[in-house]
Design a protein around this ligand. Structure first.
Ligand SMILES: O=C(O)CCC(=O)C(=O)O
Length: 299
């Protein structure tokens, strides 16, 4: 941790979302302390461990839509099924809505929900931004507001041994990626806290020198015109939720999750098969549809 200033990242309580938004615009990163009930976060951690064992054990099967993000590091999808329903309440936390509306405009949406882990022996990442300025090389680079935010929610305590994320404050506002201050800063996190940063701010994950994985839920919220084509494979599923969990929400909450894909079930399986037949054998597809639509058929 030599050369790393601890706790210069603005830390805010759940009732300070407007102040947090001002600081996020200035520094490119903030922490919400105790935004969530730690017991709920730990119970979600148990579900993630069961559903996505590869987030805890590098030798376990890899998560779906896995992406390697450095030596002994992974990022993967976490499908939100009924057992993870409390995660929906976390996503719809009122303080997050205030912060995201201030930073991203009132039509903000969620783009992805997954987990990022560094395993024992993970080395420090190179500095990077999660994506570039919207108009790199133009006079607008560094002067436009945020288009997307990353939200990390630790599933265990994050400290100087298992390695948090460190930031070069203010670099989201620089057309060259250089900040007024090039000393990286970080902040310890406990289950219940969350760290939020602008996609354009430069940062890196620190080395994991502990003997355990360091998993964090990893989310993206963004403006409604934007989608992440840098950090996912073209066919990746980014936000998978059991359909009823979304449809049971009031419309104002549902619109934040409108990019969700339903957890695959029999219906989605049959629709995919039908799409493949329609694509490769359109004649057969037409014939099957006619058969199914005949009076007295199964449909
Ligand atoms: O693991 C971390 O602390 C940060 C990871 C990160 O910035 C990335 O993979 O893009």
């Amino acid at each position: 941790m030599e050369g790393v200033a601890v706790d210069q990242i603005g830390r805010f309580g759940p009732h300070q979302a407007s102040e947090a938004a001002i600081r996020l615009a200035r520094d490119g990163v903030i922490v919400f302390e105790r935004l969530f009930d730690p017991a709920v976060v730990l119970s979600i951690a148990d579900h993630v461990r069961r559903r996505v064992p590869g987030a805890y054990d590098p030798d376990a099967p890899r998560p779906e839509d896995y992406l390697s993000v450095g030596t002994k590091r992974m990022n993967g999808l976490v499908p939100i099924d009924r057992s993870m329903a409390p995660a929906i309440d976390m996503l719809l936390n009122p303080a997050l809505d205030i912060l995201f509306s201030a930073a991203l405009g009132r039509d903000w949406v969620y783009e992805s929900f997954g987990v990022i882990s560094s395993f024992p022996g993970a080395t420090t990442q190179g500095y990077h931004a999660d994506d570039a300025h919207l108009f790199p090389g133009s006079a607008f680079a560094g002067s436009l507001p945020a288009y997307a935010l990353t939200i990390s929610i630790p599933l265990i305590e994050v400290n100087g041994i298992n390695g948090g994320t460190e930031f070069l404050l203010g670099t989201h506002l620089s057309s060259t990626g250089e900040g007024a201050n090039d000393t990286p800063v970080t902040s310890p996190l406990l289950p219940g806290d969350c760290m939020i940063w602008d996609y354009m701010v430069r940062h890196r994950g620190q080395a994991n020198n502990s003997d355990k994985a360091r998993p964090m839920l990893y989310l993206t919220a963004c403006r409604s015109f934007w989608s992440d084509s840098k950090n996912f494979r073209p066919d990746a599923r980014k936000l998978v939720i059991e359909r009823d969990l979304v449809w049971s929400l009031p419309a104002a909450s549902r619109k934040r999750l409108k990019r969700f894909k339903p957890l695959p079930g029999l219906g989605t399986g049959l629709r995919s098969i039908s799409r493949v037949i329609g694509w490769y054998a359109p004649g057969l597809h037409q014939g099957l549809l006619k058969l199914l639509r005949r009076p007295g058929s199964l449909r």
